[in-house]
Design a protein around this ligand. Structure first.
Ligand code: LRH
Ligand code: MN
Length: 430
């Protein structure tokens, strides 16, 4: 039995005020698209089938190494994080799954947690292990690395933690384990760059061996941070080679913020897909480093180009093309719910725009080396305001036409500020 956090009346009242304008805009866009032989309803149905998971750790305020500025009413545990993720899903209708992180989201009864999430209209996506922080009472520190540490007991501890995450994920109904390790060095010579990878591959193979048949292991590469000279899995090349070495259940996860500025991420997506290793995404945006800013807030065109490759991939599926779409952001200055509502909108809009690309015209122009016509095929789709399609799909699914307006009307954060304990000052990601 579901008990959703917001009253259905709140959404109905908000939509009543916006429905007429939406109907007008939807109809006008429908006429425009039909002139190009595109059925707006078919596009809307494709958009209605799209979804992206939200990170449990994104429900609270994030911070940097310098500081974290909590807000009153932010969640303080997984139960409150699920409530807030349920608000995002109830309004947006595109975020039905939560990606948890362990041990941050540890509880004693995962079957009960799964029920609790289900009663809030939520399921669980990929589970994330954490061998980049030491926990109180931990036997072996990860200050020498984790899966690639020179210390066998430390590697074994990291392997066991990842296997424990798989066991938790099985109880939550997940089917993916995301493995990001911060392992690396700050000085030339600090570690042997070849042997570090060998140790990582040997330990990762032990985690791989524990995967159930229908599970995947998603390797997340990252250029730097917390290591600032070398990182064991630093780029898509290291990641795909490791995934090929591990086996068919190992895939690569692309976190958009984990690349040097100006790297052509959409081409990385095309390459990983070509070799059947495109396993998933952590959507966010960045200007300098792993800034974990809201998706599409800095470079929405890049996000569109990534989805353009994903729609091409959908048309040419290879070896189990079923990427896990997830958001991974740090909300340092906004209400996390508002940021995730805004990001889910930006991501879904980029998917809708990519669906509007006239692929026949694009491919013909590419074949004919007609550069400008090829470019314009993408640009024409990118410049279409698809918000009526995304809003209509949302309204049809029981969500809010204007998610931010409905959220603010709900006074959710203020109400929670009365109930939830205050989060202390601190620094760091959570
Ligand atoms: C590493 C990362 C990884 C998570 C962490 C919260 O930068 O992107 O995906 O485990 O952020
Ligand atoms: Mn990530």
């Amino acid at each position: 039995m579901q008990s959703l956090p917001l009253s259905a009346d709140l959404i109905a009242d908000a939509n009543a005020r916006a429905a007429e304008a939406l109907a007008e805009d939807y109809e006008a866009l429908g006429r425009k698209l039909s002139r190009s032989g595109i059925s707006i309803d078919i596009i809307k149905d494709r958009v209605a089938g799209f979804s992206v998971a939200v990170p449990s750790w994104g429900a609270g305020r994030g911070g940097t190494r310098f500081a974290k500025f909590p807000i009153a009413g932010e969640p303080t545990n997984i139960h409150e994080k699920l409530e807030d993720c349920a608000v995002i899903q109830q309004l947006s209708r595109v975020t039905p799954r939560v990606s948890p992180h362990f041990p941050w989201d540890k509880v004693s009864d995962y079957a009960a947690l799964r029920e609790e999430a289900a009663s809030l209209g939520l399921g669980f996506d990929a589970v994330n292990s954490n061998t980049f922080q030491d926990q109180p009472g931990q036997a072996h520190s990860y200050n020498t690395g984790s899966l690639s540490s020179t210390i066998e007991a430390t590697r074994l501890q990291a392997v066991e933690h990842n296997i424990e995450c798989i066991e938790i994920g099985k109880q939550l109904g997940s089917r993916d384990l995301t493995v990001w390790v911060g392992d690396g060095t700050n000085f030339p010579g600090q570690q042997d760059l070849g042997r570090s990878l060998d140790r990582y591959l040997d330990a990762a193979a032990q985690v791989y061996a524990a995967l159930p048949d229908d599970w995947r292991m998603l390797l997340e590469h990252k250029m730097f941070e917390p290591a600032f000279y070398s990182t064991v899995i630093s780029d898509w090349g290291s990641s795909i080679l490791a995934a090929q070495e591990l086996g068919p259940k190992a895939k690569c996860l692309v976190d958009l913020g984990h690349h040097a500025p100006n790297v052509n991420i959409e081409q990385i997506v095309a390459r990983l897909h070509r070799f059947g290793k495109l396993g998933g995404f952590h959507f966010n945006d960045s200007k300098y480093g792993d800034d974990d800013l809201d998706s599409g807030s800095i470079n929405p065109h890049q996000l569109f180009l990534v989805f353009n490759e994903l729609v091409e991939a959908e048309l040419n599926p290879r070896d189990g093309f079923d990427p896990a779409y997830m958001i991974d952001q740090s909300h340092n200055v906004t209400d996390p719910i508002e940021s995730m509502l805004s990001s889910a909108e930006a991501i879904t809009q980029c998917y809708a725009k990519a669906l509007l690309v006239d692929r026949a015209a694009l491919h013909a122009a590419q074949q004919a080396n007609d550069t400008m016509i090829a470019f314009q095929a993408l640009r024409r789709a990118y410049t279409i305001d698809v918000s009526p399609i995304v809003a209509k799909a949302r309204e049809d699914a029981g969500g809010a036409i204007d998610v931010l307006a409905a959220y603010r009307t709900s006074q959710w954060r203020n109400r929670k500020a009365q109930k939830r304990k205050t989060v202390g000052l601190g620094a760091g990601i959570v």
